[in-house]
Design a protein. Structure first.
Length: 323
C-alpha cells in the first residue's frame, strides 16, 4: 500500500483534501473492479491530531505530525486555506519540528493551493518551481525570493516536489499521480467516474478563455464565446463575429475588450491554441490539429504555436503525448 498523507489544520479548505482523496480512493475502486489489490491508503495528519475543523465547518479525524513522522509515507500533501487561517499555522513551531521530517522521508511531497506557503516558510521550496492559487502567486514570490512561482500552470512537478494551483487543481494533480503510479487508463477511469469535464494537464492555464470571460460580471458575450469554443474550425474573423453579436465592428471590438480584457482576434487565437495543446497530447498529427482548430495550413499553426509557447508543436507533442 502506498500511504498518502494529507496535512490539515483548523480552517483548511476541505476540497483541497477531499478532491485528491476521492481520486486516490476511486483509483482503488477501479483496481478492485479488475480484481487487483488496492494501491493507496489515506492518512489525515495535523499538528496535534484529533478532530480538525475545515473552513466549511466539517471536521475530520487526524493523526499527529509527531506520530506520523516516525512512519513511512509515500506521498505527503499540505492543504491550503485562506490567509486568515494560514497565519496562525505559520507561527506554530511544531510545523518546523515535524513537517520537514515527513517530507524528507516521502517519495514525493507537495501542496494543494496556498499550502505552498507553509512549505515555503519552512524552506522546502527553495530553488524549486511551484504552482499555487492565482491570488497567492504574488505574495508567495515576494515573500520567498528563492522560490520560482509559476503563475500559469495548474500544477508543477519539480523532482519529488508536486504543487498545484487553486482548489480543484488538486484533483488534476492527483490524477497525474495516479497516471504515473498506475496507468493513464486507470486515471482516465477515475476521471470518468468523478464526472470530470476533462483531465487537465499541468501546463494548462488556471483560467480557460471561457472562464476568463465569465468572471467579468455577466459578460454580454458569454453565448458568443461558447459558440466560438464549439466552432474553432470555422472562419472567426472580427466582421463575422461582430455580425453574429449584432454590433458594428468598432462597437463589437470595444465592448469585447471591455468584457474579456482581450481583443477578439487575440481571444480566438488563445482559444485555438489551448484546444491545440489538448489535441497534441492525444498524439494527433499537426496537419489534423491545425485543421481542427482553424489554423491551417500546418505551417501557420506551427508559427502561431511557437510564437505563443516558445516551443515547436511537434516537440510539444513528443513531450506530452503520453499524458
Amino acid at each position: 500500500m502506498h500511504r498518502v498523507a494529507f496535512v490539515v489544520y483548523p480552517g483548511f479548505e476541505l476540497l483541497d483534501m477531499s478532491g485528491p482523496v476521492s481520486v486516490f480512493t476511486s483509483a482503488n475502486r477501479a483496481l478492485g473492479l479488475s480484481e487487483k489489490p488496492a494501491f493507496y491508503a489515506i492518512d489525515l495528519v495535523s499538528v496535534s491530531g484529533g478532530p480538525v475543523t475545515s473552513s466549511s465547518g466539517i471536521a475530520v479525524h487526524t493523526q499527529s505530525l509527531e506520530d506520523r513522522a516516525h512512519e513511512a509515507v509515500d506521498t505527503l500533501l499540505v492543504a491550503g486555506a485562506e490567509s486568515e487561517n494560514l497565519l496562525p499555522i505559520l507561527a506554530d513551531p511544531a510545523w518546523a519540528a515535524w513537517l520537514p521530517k515527513l517530507t524528507g522521508k516521502a517519495r514525493r511531497f507537495g501542496s494543494v493551493c496556498s499550502g505552498a506557503i507553509i512549505l515555503a516558510r519552512l524552506g522546502l521550496l527553495d530553488g524549486h518551481r511551484v504552482a499555487t492559487h492565482w491570488d497567492a502567486c504574488t505574495p508567495l514570490a515576494a515573500a520567498f525570493p528563492p522560490v520560482s512561482v509559476d503563475p500559469d500552470s495548474l500544477y508543477v512537478v519539480d523532482g519529488r516536489l508536486w504543487t498545484s494551483a487553486g482548489v480543484t487543481t488538486g484533483i488534476d494533480m492527483a490524477l497525474a499521480m495516479v497516471a504515473q503510479d498506475l496507468s493513464a487508463d486507470i486515471a482516465g477511469e477515475v476521471a470518468k467516474r468523478l464526472v470530470l469535464y476533462a483531465r487537465r494537464p499541468g501546463y494548462q492555464s488556471q483560467f480557460s478563455p471561457l472562464l476568463q470571460a465569465q468572471v467579468k460580471a455577466d459578460s454580454p458575450f458569454a453565448d458568443l464565446i461558447a459558440w466560438i469554443l464549439a466552432n474553432l474550425a470555422a472562419p472567426l474573423e472580427v466582421p463575422a463575429l461582430a455580425d453574429r453579436a449584432g454590433l458594428s465592428e468598432r462597437t463589437f471590438h470595444r465592448r469585447f475588450v471591455a468584457a474579456t480584457g482581450e481583443t477578439p482576434a487575440r481571444f480566438v487565437e488563445t482559444a485555438r491554441l489551448d484546444a491545440a495543446r489538448m489535441l497534441l497530447c492525444r498524439g494527433i498529427s499537426l496537419k489534423s490539429v491545425a485543421a481542427e482548430v482553424g489554423l491551417s495550413p500546418a505551417a501557420r499553426f506551427s508559427e502561431a504555436f511557437e510564437r505563443r509557447f516558445g516551443i515547436a508543436p511537434r516537440l510539444f507533442r513528443e513531450m506530452h503525448a503520453a499524458f
